[in-house]
Design a protein around this ligand. Structure first.
Ligand SMILES: Cc1cc2nc3c(=O)[nH]c(=O)nc-3n(C[C@H](O)[C@H](O)[C@H](O)COP(=O)(O)O)c2cc1C
Length: 201
């Protein structure tokens, strides 16, 4: 089984729902398993620590999850046009993985959620790609052959799946947002599989 890491941060469930659709897409590809992981909140109060295991939801990711994955789907809410600090903090701790080169040549995708339509989805998605490129990953987008991309009235971008949650933070995905996220999971898993098969020859 190829383990594909779906690493996300979500406060109100929007990015979590995208992660779940992505995982369904991954698991629809034969031989691929989605491993859902999250990261803890961070605090400006340095003394404050969280339990090692969250009280509910996906377990916290470790650096070994990163090292051992065959591919990575990385999701974060948009915070002022960028990824959330909690995800950035986790990635900033991955220099050991960078030194080992364990992510070089592995495929990756990114996804996000915003409250507003023009609130920075593209800037978040594009900047989330940067640490992955430094890690040597091969970043995939969403092609317009995915027909929902041309019809969506909410989320779904060529840079990655997305959701527009609105002012009240509604985490329920539109049909198109679900389909774009699912298809991105499929594309990631199929690419990981093809790369794996190439190694075996
Ligand atoms: C500190 C902060 C900054 C935010 N910045 C933006 C932003 O730049 N653009 C935007 O449209 N929404 C912004 N939002 C809203 C979130 O991106 C949005 O509610 C998202 O759907 C949350 O995802 P989640 O439900 O997975 O936590 C911000 C929210 C917070 C708390």
């Amino acid at each position: 089984m190829l383990k594909i890491l779906v690493l996300y941060y979500s406060q109100n469930g929007s990015v979590l729902n995208l992660a779940r659709e992505m995982a369904k897409g991954i698991e629809s590809v034969e031989g691929c398993e989605a491993v859902l992981r999250t990261v803890p909140k961070i605090s400006t109060v340095c003394e404050q620590v969280q339990a090692d295991i969250p009280s509910s939801g996906a377990p916290y990711a470790t650096m070994d999850d990163l090292r051992e994955c065959a591919a990575l789907a990385l999701g974060s809410p948009t915070r002022f046009g960028n990824m959330a600090a909690a995800m950035k903090y986790f990635l900033d701790g991955s220099s050991g993985v960078w030194l080992s080169g364990d992510l070089i040549g592995k495929p990756a995708v990114v996804f996000t959620s915003t409250s507003t339509m023009h609130g920075g989805q593209e800037s978040t998605l594009l900047t989330m790609m940067l640490p992955l490129l430094h890690q040597g990953m091969m970043v995939l987008g969403v092609p317009f052959s995915q027909s929902d991309m041309s019809h969506t009235q909410t989320g779904g971008t060529p840079y990655g799946a997305s959701h527009v949650a609105g002012a009240n933070g509604n985490p329920v995905l539109s049909v198109e947002e679900k389909k774009v996220a699912f298809s991105q999971g499929v594309r990631l898993a199929q690419t990981a599989r093809q790369l794996e098969m190439g190694k075996q020859h």
